[in-house]
Design a protein around this ligand. Structure first.
Ligand code: IMP
Ligand code: MG
Length: 183
């Protein structure tokens, strides 16, 4: 759906659909070059990364394989606590694999730093991260995001996979959610 389909629910459109497409093309060219002679396994983090994964994977002009993980971070309300539980694990053995984690957004970075440590313990050959969005707070934790799309303000955003109460994931662009929706 388009922003006009949820008129009033957004205060601002941050990133348009065509900007996302152009950015994913740019990232894809780098990923193709970096993994030219390697089999890369894309690991998507459910559910937010579904759109990024679908578009990135189709944009890539190299063979890839895909797997999915679902995690939940314990914490109060909207704050990530860093204590993470695996809801759905990978089907793939990571031993000797080149892993590229695909994420929608890095907020505190706690989820991703936990995930990096967890996947690293499974003996992969390499692990890198591709994330479409990054909030400033993320810079405070030590995560090396090799491929990232856009730095965004510290506001709650929805669309392109990102939800509020499971809604707005199918919005084609990324926008700032109006406070009246969640207050
Ligand atoms: P972190 O551990 O704080 O980096 O949490 C990251 C996760 O929180 C993301 O994968 C999203 O699922 C969720 N998240 C963080 N910020 C937002 C937002 O602005 N809108 C929707 N979901 C968000
Ligand atoms: Mg996520």
């Amino acid at each position: 759906m388009e922003p006009r389909d949820i008129e009033g629910d957004l205060t601002e459109i941050l990133i348009e659909e065509d900007e996302i497409r152009a950015k994913l093309a740019e990232l894809s060219r780098r990923i193709e070059a970096d993994y030219a002679d390697k089999d890369v396994l894309l690991v998507g983090v459910l559910k937010g990364a579904v759109m990024v994964m679908a578009d990135l994977a189709r944009e890539l002009q190299i063979p890839i394989t895909m797997d999915w993980m679902a995690v939940s971070s314990y914490g109060s309300g909207t704050e990530s606590s860093g204590v993470v539980r695996i809801l759905k694990d990978l089907d793939t053995d990571l031993t000797g694999r080149h892993v590229l984690i695909v994420e929608d957004i890095i907020d505190s970075g706690l989820t991703l730093s936990w995930l990096m440590a967890n996947l690293n313990s499974r003996g992969p050959e390499s692990i890198e991260i591709c994330a479409l969005l990054r909030k400033p707070e993320a810079a405070r934790v030590d995560i090396d995001v090799k491929y990232f799309g856009f730095d965004i303000p510290n506001k709650f955003v929805v669309g392109y996979g990102l939800d509020y109460n499971e809604k707005y994931r199918n919005l084609r662009s990324v926008g700032i959610l109006a406070p009246h929706v969640y207050s």
